[in-house]
Design a protein around this ligand. Structure first.
Ligand code: SRM
Ligand code: SF4
Length: 574
């Protein structure tokens, strides 16, 4: 069977029949007999920014008692570039405390997630989100998601220009269906016929799969530009303004264990466009993927596979045709790191920005430790600037006027909020995983901090404490914390067991490769220890850990994704 004659994936039929994302959501919300919603609506509700989940810690016990799973919803906000006002922060926090599980989760894509919201509280929650002038539309689903943008507050002018680009793309690609207002905010029902152009960009069946956009400003690659379907790398002119962007396409992380036809991929640099051509390019890239993407197999539906199947040249030609923009050759750029800049920085406008380290992005009050909920509340109540959420799951208290620095420092100290951590910890990230994520095969957020403590000890024993090594963990191979771009990546296989990946570049430009499988805690430490010893003894001056593991023969380099699973023999065992 050719792709054209293959059966469409089930989700395609659900979208098609949904009347622009309505399905039976409004009716399902009324049903008090269950905390869940019907299966088709579970797919549609994602486009509205939420997921039906259940507490997996309670599954077995409730199953034994023949009780329904402990259902609740995760809500993800859409916050382009991760910029929100203190008032918005307070409102989201209020929702987390009243309707959620009393924590807020900073995600790897610069937004908030709230967990544990039960069905009967959904509408009140959505109303409060709307009151805060925030939205959750298209935070999930087969659409353009939250657009990420560099947070680097040092270059405030350039940052503002990058943010402007991201916001314009985000606004342009937002779904136009009125289903969101109708269902959640009791907006007036607008009766539309199939012929009516409700979604001029997406059409009735939206995209084959999720679509992610990012704006980066070199030398910082804190936003992991190569992990995205579509990326823009800012190129500055002599006056220090953004003149245009190198456009990247076809990045993505998700794969499935044991299925080599699925793989993470770093994006290709497709060409260069001018500052005012970015929205046109975004629309063209999105619509080519809308029309060329594989709607028969969701595991092969991301743009990265479209580019692999059709070739970059054919894709570029079609984008140029649709956008009317002739892309120039890419311009030179250099990235030096994926890290956030912790502590205070001062920008050109004289304002200060304080980046705090939030372990794995979880905002909560920890007994005897950082009081994130309380501390950030107090800060939000006095702050005259704004908050910026980073792609490394951290928060920046931003645009603080000079006379407010002292107040912020005082509150940060009073509530034990962390400005810093060991080099290895502050370069670490873990996805949510258990107990909320339905796809988790192993722990991640709840396990990585302890593993890092042990890794810190091992590094110290080799005199490597000051080395920055990027470590990321996910509870399954979907790659939500972008583990294949970490110098050491752990990916959950079964409870307590992880595959370990090595060899990614410190600047986020090269993927890693599988080094060891099915490691438990002891196995991880025992496998890493001799590699750390070799790194200490054999590394060259300034050599990063990921580069070293390739040069020393522990793993072969990966070029862009198609060779991710190919190990050309380099496998030194320490
Ligand atoms: Fe993700 C699915 C959490 C960033 C790739 N991701 C999920 C779900 C919704 C599980 C599900 O489908 O039932 C997770 C909810 C867990 C929970 O309980 O909260 C989830 N993803 C997250 C977050 C919260 C991880 C975090 O700890 O921060 C991130 C939210 C980002 C946001 O604000 O929008 C998150 N997810 C990512 C990223 C990173 C990125 O985009 O830079 C990726 C890899 C990049 C990519 O898309 O290729 C990512 N998530 C996935 C995938 C695999 C997609 C694929 O192409 O194969 C899935 C599963 C799916 O879509 O079928 C997934
Ligand atoms: Fe869940 Fe897997 Fe994403 Fe982690 S990587 S949040 S386990 S889907």
């Amino acid at each position: 069977m050719t792709t054209a004659t293959k059966e469409l994936a089930r989700n395609e039929h659900i979208k098609d029949a949904s009347r622009y994302l309505r399905g039976t959501l409004a009716e399902g919300l009324q049903q008090e007999i269950t905390g869940a919603i019907v299966e088709d609506d579970q797919q549609l509700v994602k486009f509205h920014g939420m997921y039906l989940q259940d507490d997996r810690d309670l599954r077995a016990e409730r199953g034994k008692k023949k009780m329904e799973k402990a259902f609740s919803f995760m809500i993800r906000l859409r916050i382009p570039g991760g910029v929100c006002t203190p008032q918005q922060f307070l409102q989201v926090q209020h929702i987390a405390q009243v309707y959620g599980n009393d924590t807020m989760r900073l995600t790897t894509r610069q937004t908030f997630q709230l967990h544990g919201i039960i069905k009967s509280n959904l509408k009140a929650t959505m109303r409060e989100i709307d009151d805060a002038l925030l939205t959750t539309i298209a935070a999930c689903g087969d659409v353009n998601r939250n657009v990420m943008s560099v947070t680097n507050p040092l270059q405030s002018r350039v940052h503002a220009q990058a943010y402007e680009t991201g916001k314009a793309i985000s606004d342009h690609l937002i779904p136009e269906t009125t289903a969101y207002r109708e269902i959640w905010l009791d907006g007036e029902k607008i009766v539309g016929s199939d012929e009516e152009v409700v979604e001029p960009i997406y059409g009735k069946t939206y995209l084959p799969r999720k679509f992610k956009v990012v704006i980066a400003v070199p030398p910082s690659n804190e936003v992991d530009v190569f992990a995205h379907d579509l990326g823009y790398i800012a190129i500055l002119n002599e006056d220090g303004n953004i003149e245009g962007y190198n456009v990247t396409v076809g990045g993505g992380m998700g794969m499935t264990h044991g299925q080599p036809e699925t793989y993470p991929r770093t994006a290709d640099v497709m060409g260069y466009c001018k500052f005012d051509e970015t929205v046109k390019i975004a629309e063209a890239v999105l619509t080519v993927q809308r029309d060329w993407g594989d709607r028969t197999n969701r595991a092969h539906a991301r743009l990265k596979y479209t580019i692999e199947d059709r070739g970059l040249d054919a894709f570029r030609a079609e984008v140029e045709k649709r956008s009317g923009v002739k892309l120039d050759a890419p311009k030179p750029y250099i990235f030096d790191s994926m890290s956030d800049r912790y502590g205070w920085t001062e920008s050109e406008n004289g304002n200060g920005h304080l980046t705090l380290f939030v372990q794995n992005g979880r905002i909560r009050d920890i007994p005897g430790g950082p009081q994130w909920m309380t501390g950030l509340k107090k800060i939000a109540e006095t702050l005259q600037g704004e908050f910026r959420l980073t792609a490394n799951q951290n928060i920046i208290i931003s645009n603080v006027q000079p006379d407010q620095h002292w107040d912020m420092d005082k509150l940060v100290a009073q509530y034990k909020l962390t400005r810093d951590a060991s080099p290895v910890r502050k370069n670490s990230m873990a996805c949510v995983a258990l107990p909320t994520c339905g796809l988790a095969l192993a722990e991640s957020e709840r396990y990585l901090p302890d593993l890092i403590t042990e890794i810190e000890e091992r590094l110290a024993s080799h005199g490597l404490t000051d080395n920055e090594i990027v470590i990321r963990m996910t509870g399954c191979p979907n790659g939500c914390a972008r583990p294949y771009l970490a110098e050491i990546g752990f990916v959950g296989k079964t409870p307590g067991k992880y595959n370990m990946y090595l060899g990614a570049a410190f600047d986020g430009s090269r993927l890693s490769k599988l080094y060891a499988e099915d490691l438990d805690h002891k196995g991880i430490v025992a496998t890493l220890d001799p590699i750390f010893a070799a790194y200490k003894n054999e590394r060259q001056e300034g050599e990063h850990f990921g580069d070293f593991t390739i040069r020393a023969g522990f793993v072969a380099p990966t070029s862009n994704g198609a060779d991710f699973h190919v190990n050309t023999g380099a496998k030194r065992t320490a």
